[in-house]
Design a protein around this ligand. Sequence first.
Ligand SMILES: [Zn+2]
Length: 313
Amino acid sequence: MELTFFYPNILAKLKKAYLKGNLPHYLLFLGPKWTGKEELALEIAKFLNCKNKEGCQSCDWCKRVEVKKPVEDLILVKKESQNSTFSLKEEITLKDIQPLQRALTLTPNYRFKIGIILRGDKLNQEAQNALLKTLEEPKGRKVIIMTGEIPSKILPTLQSRAIIFYLHPQPLKKIKAYLKNNFPQLQTSEIEEIAKISFGLPKLALKLAQEKETLQSYKKIFQLAENLIEGDTYVKLKIAQKLAQSSPPKIEKVFGVLQLYLGTKLKEAIFKGDFTQGLKIAESLEKINQFKSLAFNLRVNPQLCFENMALSL
Ligand SMILES: [Zn+2]
């Protein structure tokens, strides 16, 4: 089920550098949510200390990394709630990265000490400055791999020191091939559907293929988002009413799907050279972002907010 299927070039390049002994000491994987940044980071952590030097998946080290078991030489910095919805204020503090800083000053038991920071764009200013200091120390046998979704939240000095790889949404053809290989029990129509509603995001496609319940609830959210954009006034207002009574996590999911939906349409319009349509979609995206911050403002009447949004799309 390895999501590295989507990034063979990045993996090959880093393996080659590693075998030649000139692996970069600080890697930064940037890209939208669900692209598989964490999985790629872990896959690299595997081959760095793999007994067979290739991420064999079967040696002691590879197995430990796979289950993310606390293991000597691998320090993972991750917010506790990272698997659920990220609230806007949450950040990774200096205290959170200190264990990583301390560990990196020690000699590795295997070949490398590896520090992985997930959502490095959530590091606060103090933590980013501290990390910068760590990067200035002698390199030795240590590697830091950081992931991030919003590049503008990462200090330029932290970016300029890194070897950066961008992970993009994938062509639907590739998503379908991946699903076909890994889930032979899925019908062609199911593969088509999952690929479409995954928006080319590998990790989302994997999750939808693995979890029947998630697929069912996600399909409903997708339908809701689609109707909110494509439906007639009556349908739009009905959905606005429904949204006003929904829980914040559900609302956040709907906003997420709306952004992906419009983002995909925007790409299609630009690809076709239809800039008038592209501009219209870009405006809708902008509105979605504005209404998203309004929707979570307690002083705003939710029904009014969603009705206005629905009618402006
Ligand atoms: Zn191995």
